[in-house]
Write a protein that binds this ligand. Structure first.
Ligand code: PMT
Length: 413
């Protein structure tokens, strides 16, 4: 299988457990499928299987240390960024076996060796194949770590139940290498399902100037829009992200257009719209702005101050007017009448789908790391996406694009 002319690239992280020996068989299957495999072994993994086995099977240098142990200065210089290079160059991080210790380190962002450090720099999909003793697997700490990782969008295959090397019988046996390889293939194939799409996304708040130092803004952190941009880019789409002022790093492989006000956001969107096959309006755009912003900092004079506001342009409605055969997805942030309001916006702004987002107090919607939404369309019952990390919710929203396109074509006929 080839993607854009080059084989998919998989980092095979190997943790220190007896099941590490099965990583050799897994590496062999991945290589047979035409993948480029970069083995990374922890110090404990090398107690169970040698790097030579993995390098022979994958024809790759096996990475075992965070810093080069050779003495020459150039080697040290190159190894200092190797964990970043490896993170950027690969499509999938597959960890088999994922030990209890690795799950804990991943869940809590520890970076004590090459695998855990590189994991923090890796922005693509992560597939974990846990393997450990049954009691360790059932321990509340392990299960809590796993829950956290799943909420963040990590994929997990296995473990199976059965006879374990420690003599116990129960859950904790590494999934079969073929099953792990199939899960990896499913992720790598699915990963490219948005290739050919150009997705224009707005995210974050806007800031509307009162005077040179004061603004009217809102609580949007940009997290939902950035999660959509990151997931779409991982799945092969060209992504243009028009972002209001937020404190987030640009997602990998995403073209950023930074703006402040609703007017700037509208101009940036209309400028890039002709390229877009999909538009997603996630931004919390100010509906009003000060009609006469002061040129100089306003002085405190009266006990009360009134600021006259005028409406901003509705960007999503404008995109809806220029829709053509583009897929248009809006959001609706509501504190009540969620479905009714989302349906009204769906029609008023000529969208294919509105993501209805209950906001105001339950930790979802604005600012938090999680969200919970309803996907509202014209011809189907609203589909609930239950509470999960914004990255998981983003993936579920993007999953709907092929279906929306089919529905739009059917309607046009
Ligand atoms: O950024 P986060 O902290 O992660 O929070 C995510 C979110 C809550 C901001 C997001 O999930 C969300 O609900 N975004 C929509 C916010 C909003 O302004 O909703 P609205 O119901 O007021 O607007 C409806 C739609 O019209 C939205 O797609 C909005 O982008 C668009 N709009 C609104 C006003 C305007 N002048 N121009 C617009 O394009």
């Amino acid at each position: 299988m080839l993607r854009n002319g080059s084989p998919p690239r998989v980092i095979l992280g190997i943790g220190g457990g007896i099941a590490a020996y099965k990583s050799a068989e897994l590496a062999r299957i991945l290589i047979q499928r035409g993948y480029k495999v970069q083995p990374v072994m922890t110090a404990a993994a090398m107690q169970f299987i040698t790097p030579l086995t993995l390098s022979t099977l994958t024809h790759a240098k096996v990475i075992t240390h965070l810093f080069s142990e050779r003495g020459d200065a150039n080697a040290i210089l190159s190894s200092a960024v190797e964990h970043i290079d490896v993170a950027l160059e690969n499509d999938l991080l597959l960890v088999a076996p994922a030990t209890a210790n690795l799950l804990a380190q991943f869940a809590h962002g520890l970076a004590g060796d090459f695998l855990t450090t590189m994991h923090l720099a890796f922005t693509g999909p992560v597939l974990l194949a846990p393997a450990m003793n049954t009691n360790m697997w059932n321990h509340a700490a392990t299960q809590a770590n796993l829950r956290l990782l799943r909420e963040r969008g990590y994929h997990v295959v296995g473990p199976d139940a059965g006879d374990l090397a420690c003599g116990m019988v129960g859950a904790g046996r590494l999934a079969e290498p073929l099953e792990i390889a199939d899960a990896a293939t499913a992720l790598l194939d699915g990963q490219n399902d948005l290739a050919g799409e150009t997705i224009l996304i707005t995210a974050g708040p806007t800031q509307e100037a009162i005077d040179p130092v004061r603004v009217i803004t809102n609580r949007s952190s940009g997290k939902m829009g950035y999660a959509l941009a990151a997931n779409a880019a991982q799945r092969g789409a060209k992504v243009i992200l028009v972002s209001g002022p937020v404190a987030l790093a640009a997602p990998a492989q995403v073209e950023m257009v930074r703006v402040e006000s609703a007017e700037q956001m509208k101009n940036a969107v209309l400028h890039r719209l002709p390229e877009a096959s999909v538009f997603i309006g996630v931004a919390a755009v100010a509906d009003y702005r000060p009609a006469n912003p002061a040129d100089q900092k306003m002085k405190k004079t009266a006990s009360r101050l009134s600021i006259e506001l005028e409406p901003t342009a509705d960007i999503l409605a404008e995109v809806g007017r220029l829709k053509g055969d583009r897929i248009v997805i809006g959001f609706a942030a509501e504190t009540q009448n969620l479905i009714a309001e989302a349906s009204r916006k769906l029609n008023a702004k000529n969208c294919d789908m509105v993501v209805a987002n209950l906001v105001g107090g339950n930790g979802t919607g604005f600012e938090g790391d999680e969200n919970e939404v309803l996907l509202v369309t014209r011809d189907a019952e609203p589909q609930a996406v239950s509470r999960a990390a914004k990255s998981v919710v983003a993936a579920k929203i993007l999953d709907r694009i092929p279906g929306l396109r089919l529905a739009a074509h059917a309607e046009a006929r």
